[in-house]
Design a protein around this ligand. Structure first.
Ligand code: SAM
Ligand code: SF4
Ligand code: F3S
Length: 498
């Protein structure tokens, strides 16, 4: 597969198409006497969320407005334009798409919905595209995640032909963010992909097939974007990639830069209260990065490092080139260099051939690493990956039983991690008003612990904050009063810091 970097010239046709679509929707809008709406539904990881911020930016550049989603609704409400940005990581993600597409069939028929586009990782898997072609003819446009920048062109062509348009390419494009309008989900947080794709080919994972070969963005372009984000008032930046530690970007002078250079550049910007990054692979994480995490106040004191299994035999079979000992050495080094930091992980239960002994090694590893939190997954056999063809698949009941045991252990560890915060006053970067209670705010500590807190009316008044303000982006000292399994409760304990 070829890697192709998009330049100013090549983006021109997209810009032209966006402006034609703007005209098209403006006339639709005046015909109907109302604004044309869109509903963008996103599945999957932060990279997909980041892609969706760009899709939303493009949709709004066509003059569309987001449909209102009433509180408590399931997000699948109709709009003139529906875009589904899909994920293929596990089978249940795929099932969800087809179920949800079915919901829109009647809306398309009665013309409540006029256009449906499906994109994202699932569209790089041919059987999914075939299924849409044969069973979902009312879907107007299908395209793959590498072609995000071509969305305006593809949508324009699809609107013109008035029958299903499918465009799946085999090129790994590298598109700098400056070329695309971005509508950020959060007022204070900027998602910033520094690289795309993955070369690791873990034997269970679809990502190298859906996102293509690893490619890093130009270092100076990333640095310019960091400065622009700081100038625009963003407090938090999240550096994204499937394996950020293998970032290898070139600067404008032709020098090669690594992830430590990006982290250094981001954390040197004092306007950022938080610099975060996702994901790291144990084989590439350097001591230099761990040292920076310890030294710089604004780098999140949280490392997400996927273990996957505590059995060296299974790690080899998963094509994860590290062993438990080296993983635990990194965990030790992190705990030393970043005292009080939190370590989180991903674990797969029921990988083909997993014996009870292998699983117990995983439980033992989880105890030793004392993870502050973990995303635990039942193995899902993904067509096209080597693990799909392994004959020693584990029966569902065994996987579920092991999964429950792992969850119980991890919940205890997470509760312990949360309990250790009780009595401390910590700076919380507020994300907004809590979903369940409008008197409670929620946010995260620099260790990525989730905090729900009450804001003292005295402090609120003193800070000149209006009633009902959601405090999104405010950095607030919070005294932690109580631990729960997945969060802690607290109370605002001083003036807003910034
Ligand atoms: N690149 C990241 C890394 O290696 O740390 C992981 C990204 S992947 C989107 C997130 C997690 O999904 C993986 O760490 C793995 O635990 C899980 N995962 C991937 N493929 C899976 C599969 N076929 N079945 C179950 N879980 C899977
Ligand atoms: Fe998937 Fe492995 Fe790449 Fe992570 S490193 S995205 S698990 S292939
Ligand atoms: Fe992310 Fe899912 Fe694709 S986890 S990279 S959206 S397969």
């Amino acid at each position: 597969m070829a890697i192709h970097t998009i330049d100013d010239k090549e983006i021109e046709s997209s810009v032209r198409a966006a402006s034609e679509l703007k005209g098209y929707f403006a006339s639709r809008s005046s015909e109907l006497g109302r604004k044309i709406t869109y509903n963008l539904i996103t599945y999957g990881c932060q990279l997909n969320e980041s892609d969706s911020e760009k899709l939303a930016g493009m949709l709004e550049s066509f003059g569309l407005v987001p449909v209102e989603i009433p509180a408590g609704s399931d997000h699948l409400i109709p709009a003139d334009v529906i875009v589904m940005n899909t994920c293929a990581i596990r089978e249940n993600a795929e099932d969800r798409l087809f179920g949800n597409l079915g919901v829109y069939k009647k809306f398309k028929k009665d013309k409540t919905v006029s256009f449906i586009a499906v994109c994202g990782c699932m569209m790089k898997i041919s059987k999914n595209v075939d299924k849409i072609r044969s069973s979902y003819p009312y879907v107007d446009l299908v395209f793959d995640p590498q072609q995000l920048h071509r969305f305006p062109e593809l949508m324009l062509a699809s609107v013109a032909v008035k029958h299903q348009k499918i465009d799946i390419d085999n090129i790994d494009y590298l598109v700098e963010d400056k070329y695309l309008p971005i509508k950020r989900e959060r007022r204070f947080r900027a998602l910033l992909p520094i690289m795309y794709g993955c070369n690791n080919f873990c034997s269970y994972c679809v990502v190298p097939y859906t996102r293509g070969r690893e490619r890093s963005r130009n270092f100076d372009s990333v640095r310019d974007e960091l400065n622009a984000l700081a100038d625009a008032g963003y407090r938090e930046v999240m550096l994204l990639g499937q394996n950020v530690n293998s970032y290898k970007g070139i600067d404008n002078e032709g020098n090669t830069k690594g992830f430590a250079d990006v982290l250094d550049a981001a954390s040197s910007i004092k306007a950022f209260s938080r610099v975060r990054f996702m994901s790291s692979h144990p084989k590439d994480l350097s001591e230099e990065v761990l040292s920076l995490m310890g030294e710089r106040d604004n780098i999140e004191k949280h490392l997400h490092l996927a273990l996957q299994s505590g059995s060296d035999r299974l790690l080899r079979k998963m094509n994860r080139p590290y062993d438990l000992k080296s993983f635990l050495d990194i965990a030790d080094s992190f705990r030393k260099k970043v005292p009080g930091g939190s370590l989180t992980t991903d674990i797969i239960v029921g990988f083909p051939g997993e014996t009870e002994e292998d699983f117990e090694l995983t439980l033992e590893a989880v105890r030793k690493a004392a993870f502050d939190a973990a995303f635990t997954f039942e193995f899902s056999a993904r067509p096209g990956t080597p693990a799909y063809d392994y004959e020693d698949q584990i029966p569902k009941e065994i996987v579920s039983e092991r999964f429950a045991r792992l969850l119980e252990l991890q919940n205890d560890l997470a509760f312990k991690s949360n309990s250790a915060l009780v009595g401390k006053t910590m700076e919380v970067l507020t994300e907004g008003i809590s979903k369940g209670d409008d008197k409670i705010y929620s946010g995260r500590t620099i260790t990525n612990h989730l905090v729900n807190f009450r804001a003292d009316p005295e402090f609120i008044k003193k800070a000149g904050i209006a009633d009902g303000d959601d405090l999104e982006g405010a950095l607030i000292p919070v005294k932690i009063e109580r631990a729960r399994p997945y969060s802690v409760d607290g109370i605002m304990a001083g003036d807003i810091i910034r």
